[in-house]
Design a protein around this ligand. Structure first.
Ligand code: AYL
Length: 545
């Protein structure tokens, strides 16, 4: 069981794992010989599919092509602008196999958003599909020592520095691939953390492999002994987010599952995939759970094969979980409703419901995964709190990031000298060491599981000469969880409409960051003595309007 060590911190009730020493790609595909002929990843929209043996070979060839014709050396950065397609897996694991560092962007980001991220972490080559070539070109113009663009589904155009993925793979280039050191960084996803603009999160092979071992602990989960049995996963959360990449893709590939995914979500396509692939497992975010539970076109027959459903990345409610069970006409003994909690900064999972958790714990985000420790710290006194008392959640374990890229100050603020990750989430645990997330102290806004940094919106709104001050907060939304809302103070005698502001944000940022909560004009922004925006006051004000 969990123990409270000297009343200073809690340990996991599930013991310890051996910290990951393998390279991520080797670890994920270590059992591939056992199911080489089974499908690995299928595009639910086009039906394009590769079996495990083929996937492994394409990854190896991709690694050689990146090291060969693309001339990318160990430690150099590849940027992905890709939706969920099978080739995403070829490229990301090919790059990691070649010792490269990957950063991925939402393909629906504007060129401004991608440029900021790719410039920040020195991207040297970009991989994308035809639809996003214009964005890739625009971004590439701003990158130093750029080595080329990999065009998935397209042809070579060497004069333009474009390499078709297919011809790279067909050529079967040979290259000496490096031996990967587990402490090397292999992935830099972006997260705004507790405050400020999105920052690069440095994750190592050890971080990511450890987290896979932690979440597949045989005692905590059912999976041991059930691998390679033809289970099918249908999933839409993006692979360009840590939940999609490590928590879903790598997690299920490691088990030999058939991963079915879609480049774009529509209710019709999703239901079509349910019927066609008969998934046994669904990994979702709360907004997708709400779709399954409440959308009239989703029928119980569509869900008849589902045995396990994992919900993560944002808060869900007990009543939504109940509605989902009602839709399936199943009890909690017939279908496993799992919840997970984590952060980009922790690879991502730190808390998860064990496979056999009692009904009374529905609504909990679960228990500490193995080799993970927690503190719940009083917001007023800084002391470690006992059961049923809410405070800031701190976490420690081998999955905690190496730090923020090129940002020592933010790293120090987030991971203290004892290795505790200060999550900025408010939580409590019960007498059985199940955790419940109740609030957030950090600025982060979560729209359908996506991160929105208030600072990013505030900086854009401040560009308007008429604006004297601004604050952006999240307000509750039944569909998205939260949506951003802006509070704006105008300079004397200046005029602006709500539309002037929402249009500017819409032009610069991707859809889910738009001001769907609207704009409110104020005389002044409430700030504390230190000048910090009092966001909670604004949230209350935002809900009243
Ligand atoms: P990021 N309940 C409530 N809030 C959550 C939950 C949850 N289950 N999971 C994540 N959050 C919030 O970096 C919380 O505020 O990672 C946290 O600090 O985009 C923030 O989201 C982190 O946002 C899984 C599946 C973890 C997903 C994830 C989370 C990845 C999101 C474990 O099994």
């Amino acid at each position: 069981t969990a123990t409270a060590v000297d009343n200073k911190f809690l340990t996991s009730p599930w013991g310890e794992i051996q910290v990951g020493q393998e390279a991520l790609t080797d670890f994920v595909f270590s059992d591939v010989e056992s199911w080489a002929d089974a499908p690995s990843v299928t595009c639910g929209a086009s039906g394009r599919s590769y079996d495990y043996g083929m996937m492994r070979m394409m990854i190896e060839r991709c690694a050689c092509a990146l090291a060969g014709p693309l001339k990318l050396g160990p430690g150099e950065r590849l940027g992905l602008i890709l939706p969920n397609i099978p080739e995403f897996v070829v490229l990301i694991h090919g790059a990691m196999r070649a010792g490269l560092v990957v950063t991925f962007a939402n393909p629906l980001y504007t060129a401004d958003e991608v440029t900021r991220q790719f410039k920040d972490c020195n991207v040297k080559a970009i991989a994308t599909i035809e639809l996003f070539m214009p964005v890739a070109k625009e971004v590439a113009k701003n990158l130093k020592d750029y080595k080329g663009t990999i065009w998935v589904g397209g042809e070579d155009d060497k004069g333009q520095g474009i390499f078709g993925l297919k011809s790279l793979l067909m050529a079967d280039h040979q290259a000496d691939l490096p031996t990967v050191n587990p402490d090397e960084v292999c992935l830099i996803p972006y997260s705004s953390g507790t405050t400020g603009m999105p920052k690069g999160v440095m994750l190592t092979h050890k971080n990511l492999v450890s987290n896979l071992k932690q979440t597949q602990c045989p005692k905590m989960m059912k999976y041991e002994g059930e691998k390679g049995k033809g289970d099918v996963l249908l999933t839409v959360p993006p692979f360009f987010h840590i939940y999609g990449f490590n928590g879903i893709l790598n997690y299920n590939l490691k088990l030999g599952y058939h991963v079915v995914t879609m480049p774009r979500f529509t209710p019709e396509d999703y239901i079509k995939c349910l019927v066609e692939y008969q998934p046994t497992t669904l990994f979702v975010v709360p907004s997708l759970l709400a779709f399954l539970a409440t959308h009239p076109s989703v029928k119980k027959e569509h869900l008849q094969w589902v045995e396990t459903i994992m919900v993560g990345a944002a808060p869900t409610t007990d009543s939504m979980l109940e509605k989902f069970l009602l839709k399936c006409e199943k009890t909690k003994d017939q279908i496993k409703l799992l919840q997970g909690y984590g952060m980009t900064e922790s690879s991502p999972v730190t808390l998860m419901t064990p496979y056999t958790y009692p009904y009374s714990k529905v609504g909990s985000v679960g228990q500490l995964v193995p080799s993970t420790q927690a503190r719940v710290v009083s917001l007023t006194t800084g002391e470690m709190l006992g059961p049923h008392k809410s405070g800031e959640l701190w976490l420690r374990g081998p999955q905690v990031m190496k730090g923020y890229w090129n940002n020592e100050a933010a790293t120090k603020e987030t991971v203290d000298s004892d290795g505790w990750l200060h999550t900025g989430d408010v939580a409590y645990y019960d007498e059985d060491f199940y955790f419940y997330i109740v609030d957030r102290t950090k600025e982060l806004i979560k729209v359908k599981g996506n991160q929105v940094s208030p600072t990013e919106l505030e900086n854009i709104i401040m560009e308007l000469p008429a604006v004297a001050d601004v604050a952006v907060v999240g307000v509750p939304d039944p569909l998205a969880g939260e949506v951003p809302k802006a509070f704006v103070v105008l300079k004397p005698k200046q005029k602006l409409t709500e539309k002037d502001i929402t249009d500017l944000v819409a032009k610069k940022l991707t859809r889910y960051k738009h001001l769907d909560g609207g704009v409110v004009f104020l005389e002044s922004i409430p700030r504390n003595a230190a000048g910090k925006i009092m966001r909670n006051e604004l949230k209350v004000l935002g809900m009243k309007r």
